[in-house]
Design a protein around this ligand. Structure first.
Ligand code: V47
Ligand code: SF4
Length: 380
């Protein structure tokens, strides 16, 4: 955005405090927590969108990334009972859930033999009988079968439980899994770090400090990771800001995060179903403020199986430069929570089309954002 266009944009937001924040963002200065609160409370959608889009285009131009990945969800049996979760079943009701053997999971990997997928994303419930050694063997089997497949797996919720059961420190456990073939951590399990909110929505799993520590250890071991935030339930704007601030501080120290992924709370069939879902306007404001606040995160991702493909397209005008890329139908965490996408499958052609329709440049990436193929040329 040129200075001239920026001045026009600023005229749409006459509040002097917001204008001052707009000036900072345009200069590339960092927005502080109390300023982020003003953005949430008073920033208009088009103004926030223009600022977020300016940052997005400064960092990435029109490039919009997607990747070819598939998911393995080893089990939905879980020792925890997060109130927002529509997907898990307690061990006592294990006949209602599923639990895959290592061979069944390897068969899922083999289904993609000869197909140009670059990543497998492994995440599931915290099963009391699936141990660190079980998952290390699984990783070894996957890497032995397909060494070029990048394994992104396990949230600190799963990891913390496995490490404690194996009586290993977090560092020993991470090193053990890394040596078995684990390459990156996905962003899940973060929810909202603030203890008073965490206590009400997911009391018994790893706390915010533990989540951050496990990612810090992964970064120190040279691994990269993502970070999520579950928003739009009982939290207040101040909790979202606190969450983003803690992530931004860790990123200042390690630089190990690739992507920030705001996750909209979906309310079907869970213990928080009485809470209304956020509106699309609120969602777009969330993405825009995330792009403005998380200045040291290279990428902002919208996870389309959760938002639905039309809304995901819209996020590309509010700071998002990555729309993930699940290509098969194995992701149940959102379809069970009421997402528009009951069978989240999109072919590469459909993903490319979706990005082009939003007048952006589709680029296939690998997990670490190396370009695999640029689809921006007409006819490609
Ligand atoms: O941590 C669970 C969320 C997360 C609901 O790193 C819900 O590339 C909304 O983290 N409404 C797991 N959200 C999924 C996740 C993820 C997804 C895609 C890509 C990546 C990545 C990570 O799903 C959980 C929780 O925050 N979740 N239930 C719900 N009812
Ligand atoms: Fe278990 Fe994860 Fe569901 Fe919580 S969100 S109950 S940890 S599967």
């Amino acid at each position: 955005m040129t200075q001239e266009v920026f001045e026009q944009v600023q005229l749409t937001q006459p509040d002097p405090e917001l204008q001052a924040i707009g000036n900072k963002v345009f200069r590339g200065d960092r927005v502080l927590p109390h300023e982020a609160l003003l953005l949430f409370e008073k920033g208009s959608l088009p103004w926030l969108g223009a600022l977020a889009n300016h940052i997005r285009e400064t960092k990435h131009g029109d490039t919009t990334y997607f990747n070819r990945n598939f998911h393995i969800e080893p089990t939905n049996i879980c020792v925890f009972s997060c109130n927002f979760c529509s997907y898990s079943r307690l061990y006592a009701h294990k006949e209602e859930g599923w639990e895959l053997t290592a061979d069944q999971m390897l068969d899922i990997v083999k289904k993609y033999d000869g197909q140009p997928v670059t990543e497998v994303h492994i995440v599931g419930g915290v099963h009391p009988k699936l141990t660190l050694h079980f998952f290390a063997d699984l990783l070894k089997k996957i890497k032995a079968h397909r060494p070029d497949l990048h394994v992104k797996g396990f949230t600190p919720v799963e990891l913390d439980y496995m490490f404690r059961k194996a009586k290993m420190s977090r560092k020993e456990g991470m090193l053990f899994l890394k040596e078995a073939g684990l390459q990156s951590l996905p962003g899940g399990g973060a929810e909202i770090f603030a203890p008073d909110i965490r206590k009400q929505i997911c009391e018994d799993k790893v706390d915010g400090a533990g989540w951050l520590e496990i990612h810090r250890i992964a970064h120190e071991l040279g691994m990269h990771s993502n970070a999520t935030m579950l928003y739009g339930h009982i939290e207040e704007f101040s909790h979202r800001i606190d969450h983003m601030e803690q992530l931004r501080q860790l990123q200042d120290e390690t630089g190990g995060f690739n992507t920030f992924i705001p996750l909209k709370f979906r309310n079907k069939d869970n213990a928080m179903s009485h809470i209304p879902e956020s509106t699309i306007i609120e969602d777009m404001r969330m993405y825009a403020i995330a792009r403005i606040y998380m200045d040291n995160f290279p990428h902002l991702k919208a996870y389309w199986p959760m938002l639905g493909r039309n809304n995901a397209q819209l996020t590309l005008s509010f700071g998002v430069n990555d729309i993930d890329g699940t290509i098969d139908d194995s992701t149940k965490i959102y379809s069970m929570a009421g997402s528009e996408e009951q069978t989240p499958t999109m072919t590469t052609e459909e993903l490319v089309q979706l990005i082009r329709q939003a007048r952006r440049k589709p680029v296939e990436r690998d997990t670490l954002y190396h370009v695999i193929r640029d689809y921006s040329e007409a006819g490609v």
